[in-house]
Design a protein around this ligand. Structure first.
Ligand SMILES: Cc1cc2nc3c(=O)[nH]c(=O)nc-3n(C[C@H](O)[C@H](O)[C@H](O)COP(=O)(O)OP(=O)(O)OC[C@H]3O[C@@H](n4cnc5c(N)ncnc54)[C@H](O)[C@@H]3O)c2cc1C
Length: 417
């Protein structure tokens, strides 16, 4: 490649994965720039849980103090049936003995923490917005990445040694390499999400999952503390129901309460009034639960995929953002060890394709909320006298532990690594 090369790594997409990668590369002295399609990065999305394996990596970037300012350190995770009967509770994060906390956090707050760190450490020019990637060309010892502005006008192409596509579930670059793949595959489940100021419940830092499909399931957790003078938290909820495929696959698509409210109308528990929570939510969002079959490789010459572009997964195990952060950590390590080479990308690919494929497949069949499925099936969706008559504590703990091993956050292993 000629003198035109302006950077080491061009990162396409300024979401969680792209921004985290920029920080890991900078930490290792590798130059990069992030190209984001939208004109301005704002606080969009709803809540996510960031589990200790991802927080460990963000700790290595020195971001714990910033995360503490915006997120909530999750203390426990609990499961209930639709009658509000308690099934199982386990401690989470440092409460469970991990060396790192688990955070319940607004996706937009996490993105902002990462963005601020990138701007602070790499400089204001390190994130370029209003650049929608429309394709990439491998040119031997480098890449040429093509962009359009928000009006569809072609911009000057960008040349770099490596291109990383972190452009999310609708990745243009993945489509270029897998042109016949079609749309992400619908699971038969639709998710509605919302955030609303609400009184704390249970420990004030609990992630709860209640009910089961086909009737309806809800997950609720607080994502910001002390948001007003009335002791409210910003509460995040996610409803899942069996439905025909929604016509839009836009993360910001608004929904109507009446479309998903019915199954929850009587869920007035001592510790949480679910109908009230849903009714008070100003702007619920709808999204189809989709993923893609794992592919054999993400790497084509000097271009590779990362995050949702590489391994879109059902948001059922709190691993979408976390796995994108782990991708960035490993990719930066390999680029640092092997230089800006195809070999480095191949090593990253070999390690991460296999690991994330397991998470994608497990999220389909046995995510942590399989606990709720077991109880639903064994109880015939009826109230129980004693949960132990249906399922033992050991079996419940093993469902949860098995997911942790597969997704890479088994406590002993993570703490020892
Ligand atoms: C607006 C939005 C809201 C979301 N809300 C939730 C939520 O509430 N709950 C949840 O579990 N997950 C949500 N997600 C998904 C979640 O962020 C990801 O699953 C996870 O964090 C993995 O991150 P990622 O960086 O791979 O992808 P994303 O976080 O999706 O980031 C991809 C980025 O690439 C940009 N981009 C897309 N196409 C191009 C292009 N052609 N050129 C340049 N840039 C491009 C996007 O604008 C985005 O900033 C949301 C994603 C988005 C984009």
């Amino acid at each position: 490649m000629s003198k035109e090369v302006v950077m080491d790594v061009a990162i396409v997409g300024g979401g969680i994965g792209g921004l985290a990668l920029a920080l890991f590369l900078h930490q290792r002295g590798i130059g990069c720039r992030v190209y984001e399609a939208i004109p301005e990065i704002g606080t969009v999305g709803a809540g996510i849980n960031l589990l200790p394996h991802a927080v460990k990596q963000l700790d290595s970037l020195g971001l714990i103090p910033e995360l503490d300012k915006v997120g909530i350190r999750t203390k426990d995770a609990s499961y209930f049936n639709k009658y509000g009967q308690h099934i199982y509770t386990e401690p989470a994060g440092m409460n469970a003995g991990y060396k790192w906390p688990q955070y319940s956090i607004h996706r937009g707050d996490l993105q902002q923490v990462l963005l601020n760190a990138v701007i602070d450490r790499l400089g204001p020019d390190s994130v370029v917005t209003g650049h929608r990637c429309v394709g990439v060309e491998n040119t031997g010892d480098g890449v040429t990445v093509a962009f359009e502005d928000p009006d569809g006008t072609l911009l000057d192409p960008v040349r770099a040694r490596i291109c990383v596509a972190a452009d999310g579930i609708h990745s243009v670059i993945r489509k270029q390499f897998y042109p016949d793949e079609g749309e992400p595959v619908y699971s038969g489940l639709t998710i509605w999400r919302g955030v609303v100021p609400f009184k704390p419940f249970l420990s004030g830092a609990n992630t709860i999952r209640v009910g089961w499909m086909p009737v309806g399931k809800i997950m609720v957790y607080p994502i910001r503390d002390n948001i007003d003078d009335e002791g409210n938290q910003l509460m995040n909820w996610v409803v899942t129901q069996e439905r025909p495929k929604p016509d839009s696959m836009d993360w910001n698509k608004p929904a109507k309460l009446e479309d998903f409210f019915e199954p929850f109308k009587d869920w007035h528990f001592d510790w949480l009034d679910v109908p009230e929570l849903l009714r008070q939510t100003p702007r619920p969002l709808i999204f189809p639960m989709v993923d893609r079959d794992p592919v054999e490789t993400w790497t084509f010459g000097r271009t590779t995929l990362l995050g949702d572009a590489a391994h879109p997964m059902y948001p059922r195990g709190s691993n979408g953002a976390g796995q994108s952060i782990l991708d960035g950590k490993i990719l930066s390590q390999r680029l640092s060890e092997k230089g800006l080479t195809e070999e480095a990308l191949q090593l990253y690919d070999k390690e991460r394709v296999a690991k994330t494929a397991q998470v994608v497949l497990t999220n389909r069949k046995n995510p942590p909320d399989a606990i709720l499925r077991e109880v639903y099936e064994r109880s015939g969706n009826q109230p129980f006298d004693r949960i132990q008559d249906l399922i033992s504590d050991e079996e419940l703990a093993e469902i949860s532990a098995s997911y942790k091993r597969i997704a890479g956050f088994a406590k002993e292993q993570l703490n020892a690594e």
